[in-house]
Write a new protein. Structure first.
Length: 153
């Protein structure tokens, strides 16, 4: 099964709280351009789940704009400092994650990708807006293969 792990686009440096940081104009444009290219290549997520932080929700919105009708939801479990093990437990409990795009933050996206592919929370490089496509045999540590990693130009 395919799983897309996405880091939010470029965000403002400051806001009253970390959760309130918004995407910059460039961040939104970069996310839009990358996902337009992925769509042209035949990539189509089945649904999008984002962190409840503004920049992740906004990134999910730009991705969703490429796929009219796609379901978008938020999950509190995928904020920057959440546990990758807890995310894997949640994903394993879901009835169908085929094609899921998970929009989150560093360090979680890097740790989750490393745990799913290598079995340890390694630090896979994730620039802002980057997407990792994993082929998952089952939802457990070291059961996935990184197919590709794409970043905005």
């Amino acid at each position: 099964m395919r799983l897309y792990i996405v880091r939010h686009g470029e965000a403002e440096a400051k806001a009253p709280t970390d959760a309130e940081r918004n995407l910059t104009v460039r961040g939104g444009a970069d996310v839009t351009a990358l996902w337009a290219q992925l769509k042209a290549e035949g990539i189509k997520p089945s649904r999008i789940v984002s962190s409840p932080f503004n920049r992740a929700k906004q990134t999910a919105g730009f991705i969703a704009a490429q796929y009219p009708g796609i379901v978008v939801a938020q999950k509190g479990l995928i904020t920057p400092d959440d546990s990758p093990e807890a995310v894997i437990e949640w994903l394993a409990s879901c009835s169908n994650i085929e094609g899921l795009a998970l929009v989150s933050h560093m360090p979680l996206v890097a740790a989750l990708t490393g745990l799913l592919t290598e079995g340890v929370s390694t630090r896979t490089p994730f620039a802002v807006g980057t997407v990792a496509c994993l082929d998952m045999e089952l939802m457990a540590p070291a059961s996935g293969r990184l197919l590709w990693l794409r970043s905005p130009a």
